[in-house]
Design a protein around this ligand. Structure first.
Ligand code: ZN
Ligand code: ZN
Length: 398
């Protein structure tokens, strides 16, 4: 068995025919470019592309395979340059009963082994989604029904960014995901933490005790791929192996979750939409202490404070460490030119973040910048919390 890096949540901006898939995502984010970026620059071995149920993207994948650039595996997944396994996924928005009597919606990552499976899934979902060509469109079904459709086509369902305020199970639907999936809750093997939370926050909710945690980028542009990712132990790169790792079967598992410090996430603390301030009170409040407005976006931290049912004494035995990771592009002083120089010399971002010595980095970009990168790698940073959809900055502590 060997170690690999996996980022299972990457969007597509445009199809090759120029049609928009995810409107807010970069134009350069297409199937072929994602494969290339992961193989040549990021050093990611497994990438989940989660807009593959769009018929335009399916067309792109078929062309990609026809041109001989990649091939499908019997165990599921598409292999590119013998370096990267692409998982075919679809992010689906489900309609749920919301909290406070409002309507809720949640995002779900659905992965399928083969192109023919996701094609069938796409066909069936077009009955539940108005515009199937676009990314993460609202469906008229609940997660409770979606999971059956996913399994019918040999797929697996993973609740996405489970705490984010607008589009997630805990964020605006329910205090307990089990209330949604009921007797099918055991078929949920993993949840995605999202950028504004981490293992320590999530392990205060006891229903998550036996779920595997995933840390993914939710990238809307090429550089954002792998701003969060997982290190896994597998026997091969394929759909089947990744599912085993998620289920923790036959020694396969997630070894480390690499993620942003949740304070960097754009929804970490409650934010007042009226006076535009991040509310950093010790306990969660539903009213802005500054201006008294109730027009506040509840932060992930605050939401977890409200719904947790235990203090974190210890994470479950199997839980891997969560390592706060600052992507190169987030490090103050490390600009595009420096990153290019590093990549030219050391191939991939994963090499730079995990393997190289300080001396190697110094030889390439000089003492000062090298020591900044090393400090970032060691987690020696000061961070101001994000809120209300604004990412916060990193300061390197001296
Ligand atoms: Zn989402
Ligand atoms: Zn997404």
């Amino acid at each position: 068995m060997y170690e690999i890096f996996a980022d299972m949540h990457v969007h597509i901006g445009r199809a090759e025919n120029g049609k928009p898939i995810k409107i807010t995502a970069a134009r350069t984010l297409n199937f072929a470019n994602i494969a290339k970026e992961c193989a040549d620059r990021k050093g990611i071995q497994v990438v989940g592309i989660i807009d593959c149920a769009s018929p335009y993207v399916i067309q792109d994948i078929e062309n990609f395979l026809k041109q001989g650039q990649a091939y499908e595996l019997k165990d599921g997944g598409i292999i590119y340059k013998d370096k990267v396994c692409i998982l075919l996924g679809s992010e689906v928005e489900t309609t749920e009963e919301g909290r406070n009597g409002k309507k809720g919606c949640a995002h779900n990552l659905c992965f399928f082994p083969c192109l023919k499976d996701i094609k069938e899934f796409s066909k069936e979902m077009s009955k539940h989604i108005k515009n199937i060509t676009l990314s993460t469109q609202k469906s008229d079904i609940s997660g409770y029904e979606l999971i059956d459709i996913v399994e019918k086509y040999n797929g697996i369902l993973i609740p996405a960014h489970i705490f984010t305020p607008y589009k997630s199970y805990y964020g605006n639907c329910t205090d307990r995901i089990k209330n949604v999936f009921k007797e099918k809750f055991d078929k949920i093997y993993a949840v995605e933490l999202g950028l504004s939370s981490d293992t320590y926050l999530a392990d205060t909710i006891s229903e998550l005790e036996n779920k595997t945690f995933l840390t993914n980028s939710d990238a809307h542009s090429l550089p954002k791929i792998a701003r969060e990712y997982n290190k896994m132990l597998v026997n091969d790169i394929s759909f089947k192996e990744i599912v085993k790792a998620i289920k923790r079967e036959e020694g396969r598992k997630v070894l480390v979750n690499y993620g942003l410090d949740p304070k960097l996430g754009k929804y970490h603390r409650t934010y007042c939409d009226e006076c535009n301030t991040s509310i950093q009170t010790k306990d969660p409040v539903e009213k802005c202490p500054n201006c008294g407005s109730t027009k506040v976006t509840f932060g992930v931290f605050d939401r977890i404070e409200k719904i947790k049912d235990k203090e974190l004494t210890k994470s479950p035995e199997f839980r891997p460490p969560y390592v706060y990771q600052i992507p190169l592009s987030f490090i103050p002083g490390i600009g595009g030119k420096t990153i290019e120089k590093l990549l030219t010399n050391f191939n991939t971002e994963m090499n730079i973040l995990h393997k190289l010595s300080q001396d190697d980095i110094e030889a390439c970009i000089g003492k000062k910048l090298a020591s900044t990168i090393i400090k970032a790698r060691q987690g020696q940073m000061q961070i101001v919390s994000g809120g209300g959809g604004i990412y916060r900055e990193v300061f390197i502590r001296l």
